[in-house]
Each structure stands twice: as C-alpha cells, then as structure tokens.
Design a protein around this ligand. Structure first.
Ligand SMILES: *Cc1c(COP(=O)(O)O)cnc(C)c1O
Length: 465
C-alpha cells in the first residue's frame, strides 16, 4: 500500500469521537443508529481510499456520508407526502397530523413495555380504557368515556347498548352518508335497532319526534350533518328542545357530532357548530366524535356521556373487535393533554394551527417559497395568488377559508405534466389545478417542507437538462 493511502487512512477519525460529534448533530436519532451509520460510513470511505476512488477526505465528506446512511429509507409503500391542496383534513391523505409534542410519548410507549392493561398501583390487571377517562372527563364534563377504533364504531356500539331491538328516531334531514361508506340507516341496522324516520328532508319539528315516540322507542338520535348543509326553508329543533323531550319521555338522546370540536372556531371565519362540552351540557346523554377530524389526534372514535350507558357498552362483546391499540391511546392522551391549555392546543396541534393560520402568515410563507423558487431553480415561474382552502374530512361543508397559494408553471412541462411529476417525485407533492393554474396552497404546507419542494424542483430541472 502506498504511503499516501496509509496516511489518508490514518487521518480518519476514531469511531467513538465520530459518534459523539454525530450525536450532537442528530439529537433525535438514537445512539445505536448513529453508531451503525458511522461504522458504515467509515468502512465505505476506507474501501474507496483503498480502491483509489478517494485521494483526499475532508470532515464534511465524512459527515455527508453519515448523513446519507442515516437518511436512506427503505422504499415503503405507505409514505409521507406534502399536502399542497389546501384541504386541511384530507381524508385521502390521512386526515389529521399529530403534534410533534406527541412524538416523544409515542416513541416511549411504542419501544418499551407499558401499563396498557396493568394497574401499577395495585400490581394487577388493569383496563386499557382507564388511561383517558380522567382527562376526557375533565375536558368535557362527561360522567364517563370510552374510546374505540373510529366514530363509525362509536355510534354503532352506542346504539347497540342503548336501543338494541328497539326503535331509533332520526330526522329525515339527518339520514346522511359520510365518507363513502358510513350511512346512518345502515349503521342503525347493524346496531340491531330499527330506524324510524321523522319529518321531511328540509323540515323536522319537535312534534314529529313527539308523535313518533311509542313504547318501542329506544332512543332519539341526532346526527351532525357534517358534510352537507341544508339552506333556505329549513328547520330542526334545537338540542335543548330535543333534550327536554327526551327527558320528559325518559329516553336517551344520542348525538353523533362527528368532528370533535372543543373550541369555537367562529373567529376564524367558520360557522357555528356545537362543541362537545356544549352538547353534553345541553342535555345529550351520549355524544360521539372522531379522533382525527377537528380534534387533531389519531384515528379513533370517542364516546362520552352517561355512565350507565357507557358501562353497558363496556360489557358488549363487540368492544373487543373495535378496541384501540396502545399507540392510538398514547397519541390520543398526549393530544388531550395539549387541550388543557387553549393557547398550547392552537400552537401545537397541526389541525388547529392550520385552521387558525393568519392570512398574513400564509402570505409571508408564500413569499419565502416564491423567493426560494426564483433564486434556486431554473425554468420555473412562481406567482403568489389568493386561494381558497377548506377544512375537509366531512367537517364544515363548502365553507372555504381564504388562503394564499403559489401558482407554479414551468418552461418545460405543461400544467398536467407538472402536476404528475410533482406527484410522482421522491416525496409526492399533491397539488391541484384550478382555473388553469397549478396551485401550491400555503395553508397546508409547513415552512419546514419548503426545502423538500425546492429539492424536487431542482431534480425536475436536472431531469430536463
Ligand atoms: C366523520 C363522521 C362519521 C364517521 O367518523 P369516522 O371516525 O370516520 O368513522 C360519523 N358521523 C359523522 C357525523 C361524521 O362527521
């Protein structure tokens, strides 16, 4: 071996020192992974020196190599994408994003044993359903809580417990279909209850409910018409009126609220919708909602309300089939923790953060992205344009929020081609074409994703050279 090669090999850092320095740069990655990456990087550099591919090595060469080892991911089928559509709760793109504050807790529970069904104080078997009880009771004022796989499961379990073999009265204006396969009449049938429709599509009066009540009635069901809205000549009795009727007839009132609102969002330009606390305080016996809509947590169905009914749901064999796993419970508890303080919730829960993102902030972020595209890429034109975002996920139908987008075009690709190229890149960027413009909506793009978008554009321009 010639002297130069030997000297070069000697200049390579000691593994321990390298691991220490690398750990400082990548604080989120475990030491074990860093050690493996350092070993892999050093051995590949040694090989390259020995085979004359490298004749000099700088510190930054070494770190670049380590970075490649650390960031090379297997080719997963389910992968992250950049949501540039402006639809916040995009069901096809996974609805809510979890807060980064949830991440540490998820890691902790996922990579260690946990007290999922173990009562640490008593030293004996516990229940997985206990972990969320106190916090959700505190936040909502409910007597009891149960969490299942999704809101469809929640409503089905609730109706089985309350009105199995009995009649369930629902307004014709609320017999909705949500998200393709969730249909209220079908869910009632599956629960073992019998649907009794009252009123008409646009108008249902309290007397319609009153007249339909017989000795076979098991419950009154109110369904939030999340994904469509009746406008014009319409009427539905208020929650208070329904609650008072239910109470008078000694029947439970079940409310499928759908989206899981804890704070009023009217000041962000959205219409009135009851919060969970409100629905309970106005007299609903059982309220169900999703974990991954406006709540901004993991997919789950949350049932809150009267203890006697929830206890009955706990005894149902079906609960075993609908049960949530430890990761869902961990993510949900950590999300609810953030709800203990309103500012904290809006600052950390991505769904709430995007809904409350000020238009001036959207504009600033769009300007940064435009500047970066102008400065760092060739052959692309970026223009800042007003745009409309929406909430999506079957929440707040047709309500659009003002937003700001980048209208992107290219010298080399048509809009249709560009949309496809962005979608099929190494990190799929999901954009939309609207009125002959390809829009990247800044309400749903996090500024931390700007660099990834730039990288994709640079790759695209390279592919065209
Ligand atoms: C979204 C929604 C559902 C279905 O909830 P999933 O969590 O998706 O199962 C049911 N009811 C209403 C009113 C909804 O808005």
């Amino acid at each position: 071996m010639n002297e130069n090669k030997q000297n070069l090999l000697k200049t390579l850092p000691q593994i321990d020192k390298l691991v220490k320095e690398t750990s400082l740069r990548y604080q989120e990655i475990s030491v074990l992974e860093i050690k493996q990456a350092c070993q892999q990087a050093l051995s590949s550099i040694r090989q390259e020196i020995l085979s004359d591919q490298l004749t000099s090595v700088t510190v930054s060469d070494i770190f670049e190599k380590i970075n490649t080892c650390l960031t090379t991911e297997p080719d997963y089928h389910l992968t992250s994408v950049i949501n540039a559509t402006g639809t916040i709760l995009h069901t096809n793109l996974g609805r809510s994003l979890l807060s980064k504050k949830v991440r540490n807790h998820l890691n902790d529970v996922a990579y260690h044993y946990c007290n999922l069904e173990y009562d640490v104080n008593e030293g004996k078997r516990g229940s997985r359903y206990q972990h969320l009880t106190e916090i959700v009771k505190d936040l909502t004022g409910a007597e009891d809580v149960l969490v299942v796989n999704n809101n469809a499961a929640a409503i089905m379990l609730a109706l089985r417990a309350i009105a199995n073999d009995k009649e369930i009265i629902v307004s014709r204006g609320e017999l909705v279909e949500i998200g393709g396969s969730f249909r209220i009449p079908e869910v009632i049938k599956l629960s073992g209850g019998t649907l009794v429709e009252v009123g008409t599509t646009n108008k249902t009066h309290l007397t319609d409910y009153k007249q339909a009540i017989t000795e076979n009635t098991g419950a009154l069901l109110k369904v939030h018409t999340s994904n469509y809205r009746l406008i014009g000549f319409t009427e539905q009795p208020s929650l208070e009126e329904m609650a008072s009727l239910a109470k008078q007839k000694q029947l439970p009132l079940v409310n499928d609220l759908g989206s899981g609102l804890f704070f009023d969002l009217q000041k962000f330009g959205l219409p009135y919708e009851p919060t969970i606390q409100e629905a309970l305080s106005k007299g609903c016996d059982i309220v169900t909602f999703s974990g991954d809509k406006l709540l901004g947590g993991p997919q789950a169905g949350i049932i809150v309300g009267k203890r006697e009914w929830i206890e009955k749901m706990r005894q149902d064999q079906l609960l075993r089939a609908l049960r949530v796993d430890k990761l869902t419970l961990a993510a949900l508890e950590a999300t609810f923790m953030l709800y203990q303080n309103k500012e904290q919730a809006f600052a950390n829960i991505p769904t709430l953060k995007m809904i409350s993102k000020d238009l001036t902030i959207c504009h600033e972020e769009a300007s940064q992205l435009k500047k970066a595209i102008d400065d760092k890429t060739i052959g692309f034109r970026a223009q800042i344009v007003p745009s409309k975002s929406n909430i999506g996920g079957g929440s707040f139908p047709e309500e659009e929020m003002n937003s700001v987008a980048i209208s992107l075009s290219s010298d080399n690709y048509s809009l249709i081609e560009l949309e496809e190229k962005l979608r099929k890149g190494s990190i799929p960027i999901i954009s939309r074409i609207y009125q002959n413009q390809l829009l990247l909506d800044c309400r749903t793009i996090d500024p931390s994703e700007h660099q990834l978008i730039l990288n994709e554009l640079i790759t695209l321009q390279g592919a065209n050279e």
